[in-house]
Write a protein that binds this ligand. Structure first.
Ligand code: GKR
Ligand code: MG
Length: 446
């Protein structure tokens, strides 16, 4: 059945909260727990097509996604932009209010907006017979999207009684076992890097910092640069360092670091954007962020202050079309586009890939946590990372098809969890009793 304009009608909306297994990944917020959660959106239309979206887990996003049904059922998919804007408008105020407390993970209502947009773009692409990348911005810019190797220090799961997976049955390559074992020093992070490089062929590397003393993290960064001399290397302590510390750690690293991500944040009454601008001037290093330019209003201030070079416009909180708009702006204004990520399944991997392929200019390699989840899938044939790149096929829509059995498995795992919101302090307290988050101190510096 079609509407008067000819496009199929939305017939069914399903929201499925799911969970997957994770490693004890360390960051300034603490340590990842044994499970991560996501919310999956499935929309079916009268043409028999299925549209998919994926958003971070947690109740705020789950409730927002559940509210979609009330206004999208019976609507033609051609009204895509109106439907997405409707959800966006409802969420705007509460997102702003949540923002201060939401810290850097951005599990906000806007994530539900992005999932809705992804699912509708998927349906529209299937209806028109074109991949989603062709419906974004200026259309397809490249056939393959470069992604980076996102490395973490990994806590020792055996020091906790939490049900972390041991990695024993996750795959034959050494990466699948190594990623679940402790890696709290430079040699073990290098081992992870070697294994990931061997399996996925990465060219570029990012180390999640904000865990050990900054100087120690810089030693890991230097060793990575030595091991992979042609790589673009970055470090991201999520604003853990003071301006002085950040300048001290980074000033003599211009041959080692291609750019630095959120090295410092607001201090002594100066805003994070002002402080980052000072860091940039003091070191001459390009700065990336997923913390201080996360929406249009922040981006304006960041650009006026010349505080950033690389906005990491994750489509999950910029929306897919918004992230591509950011790339157009970057291209016109001499900035570099990139994308942030959090733990995710393969529908998000497809979303990143299409947005990355539509981003104009010369993006920096995209972040993805996928390597920590690889092997757990919700779709029949997930996109793959080969030679550090993800190829975009010409399949209509997002180019992935839900695997009902895997979806059910991930939903059943979710149903077994006693808590479904991300809480890195909880796992961390199993390593350091009484541990509390401090935005100005690396997690292990207590
Ligand atoms: O997964 O621990 C993590 C990261 O720290 C993540 O939550 C951040 O949002 O990857 C992100 C980043 O680049 O800041
Ligand atoms: Mg970051």
């Amino acid at each position: 059945m079609r509407d008067v304009h000819g496009s199929p009608i939305i017939r069914e909306v399903q929201v499925v909260p799911v969970a997957g297994y994770d490693s004890m990944l360390m960051n300034i917020g603490g340590a990842h727990g044994p499970f991560f959660t996501r919310n999956i959106l499935i929309i079916k239309d009268s043409a028999g097509n299925v549209g998919l979206g994926e958003a971070p887990g947690g109740k705020v996003i789950l409730d927002s996604l559940r509210s979609i049904e009330s206004f999208v059922l019976g609507q033609p998919i051609a009204k895509m932009n109106q439907l997405v804007s409707k959800l966006h408008r409802v969420g705007k105020e509460s997102d702003f209010e949540d923002f201060g407390g939401g810290s850097w993970t951005f599990e906000l209502r806007v994530n539900a907006v992005s999932a809705l947009e992804a699912a509708l773009l998927d349906l529209m692409g299937k209806y028109l017979g074109v991949p989603v990348v062709d419906l974004l911005g200026e259309g397809k810019q490249r056939d393959e999207v470069e992604v980076l190797c996102y490395l973490f220090y990994v806590g020792d799961r055996r020091k906790t009684d939490l049900p972390f997976t041991s990695g024993a049955e996750e795959g034959n390559h050494s990466w699948y076992q190594l990623r679940r074992q402790e890696a709290m020093d430079t040699p073990s992070v290098l081992e992870l890097a070697d294994a990931a490089h061997d399996l996925y062929g990465f060219k570029d590397f990012k180390l999640k910092g904000g865990v050990l003393h900054g100087q120690e993290e810089m030693e890991t960064v230097k060793s990575l640069a030595k091991r992979f001399p042609d790589a673009r290397i970055t470090v991201d302590p999520n604003g853990a360092w003071s301006l002085q510390e950040a300048v001290d750690y980074c000033s003599n690293m211009r041959d080692v670091l291609a750019y630095v991500e959120d090295p410092c944040g607001g201090e002594q009454g100066f805003s994070s954007r002002e402080v980052m601008a000072e860091f940039k001037r003091a070191t001459g290093l390009p700065v990336a962020t997923n913390m201080i330019a996360t929406n249009w209003r922040e981006l304006r201030h960041a650009i006026m202050l010349d505080a950033i070079d690389i906005p990491l416009a994750d489509p999950h909180f910029w929306t897919l079309s918004g992230a591509v708009r950011v790339s157009q702006l970057c291209n016109d204004w001499g900035l570099t586009w990139g994308s942030h990520s959090n733990n995710h399944f393969d529908i998000s991997l497809a979303i990143f890939s299409h947005v990355g392929a539509a981003a104009v200019g010369k993006p920096t390699a995209l972040d993805t946590h996928w390597i920590w989840q690889d092997g757990q899938r919700l779709t029949k044939e997930p996109h793959q990372i080969i030679n550090g790149k993800i190829a975009i096929s010409d399949k209509p829509g997002l180019g992935v098809e839900i695997d009902e059995a895997k979806l059910l498995e991930a939903h059943e795992l979710y149903n077994k969890l006693s808590t479904v919101n991300r809480n890195d302090a909880f796992a961390m307290q199993h390593l350091i009793p009484g541990w509390q988050f401090d935005p100005k101190r690396p997690a292990m510096v207590r």
